[in-house]
Design a protein around this ligand. Sequence first.
Ligand SMILES: NC(=O)c1ccc[n+]([C@@H]2O[C@H](COP(=O)([O-])OP(=O)(O)OC[C@H]3O[C@@H](n4cnc5c(N)ncnc54)[C@H](OP(=O)(O)O)[C@@H]3O)[C@@H](O)[C@H]2O)c1
Length: 281
Amino acid sequence: MQHSPILIIGKNAKTGRRVDHGLNALGYATRAVSRSTSTPFDWEEQSTWRAALEGTESAYVTFYPDLAIPTAEQTIRDFVALAEEIGLVHLVLLSGRGEAGARRAEAVLKSSRLDWNIVRSSWFMQNFNEGFMIEGILNGELILPAGAIVEPFIDIDDIADVAIAALTRPELRNRLFEVSGPHAMTFAQSAAEISRAVGYDVKYTQIPIDDFIQGLEDQGAPEGMLWLMRELFTVVFDGRNSNPTTGVEDALGRPATEFSEYISKVMATGAWDRGGMLSQA
Ligand SMILES: NC(=O)c1ccc[n+]([C@@H]2O[C@H](COP(=O)([O-])OP(=O)(O)OC[C@H]3O[C@@H](n4cnc5c(N)ncnc54)[C@H](OP(=O)(O)O)[C@@H]3O)[C@@H](O)[C@H]2O)c1
């Protein structure tokens, strides 16, 4: 077992938190950082990067907000260059399926001197309970600019397991794992499954992309987020990612988690509980 801590960029990030806890449970020391940690790490402040990297040999890296953004390639290029200079040996990068920007960032890592893994992921199931869709679920209406296109949402506990395997099993190095859930479904089908489980109506409403973006703008979302949401719901969400992939099974030798299992886990946390409504259902 290695002695230097495993660096985790994204201590509070959905997957970073899970990778951190999972490694600690296995007895690995970690250094998990984000903007709010005692050793801070900010993707927008390069001066914070060196202290986070120094003394580490391997890292799990989540970029924020998304590798799809136009500046991500150069940021990853600068980060990888510093990692090489400091002596990092192995970097596991969380990436996104179907994103041209993510492909460019992946290429930077693959052509570096570092050992690498890429975990290229479909959309997270946890967006429904830890991300931007929880408000819609609790309000009983999910309003999105998506129709008949299906997505094989992934349970990010699976992403964490794949990342941990990549970090701790040298025989998996220098491989790309394209990970997704086992079945593709529409947002409307996802809302219907969640509705059945929670016992209150979760209606799905499709709206035009321009109306969706206008709504975000009215709520004060920054310009970059508006660009990203348009990119994700038009260019990336055009059906290119509809087929499930085998990355979870390839890395772990077990199938990816079903949406129904994910729902059961969230139900146990009470995250979709609307103030006692569930207990009356
Ligand atoms: N969501 C999906 O469906 C999906 C699918 C595929 C891939 N991905 C990839 O997952 C990553 C983001 O996922 P997410 O949107 O679900 O968010 P997330 O991983 O949950 O990350 C949110 C965290 O990022 C940290 N953060 C925010 N700004 C930062 C900055 N400038 N520098 C460093 N850390 C910062 C924040 O912690 P602090 O406030 O403590 O800094 C926050 O807790 C992206 O790389 C995206 O490409 C997401």
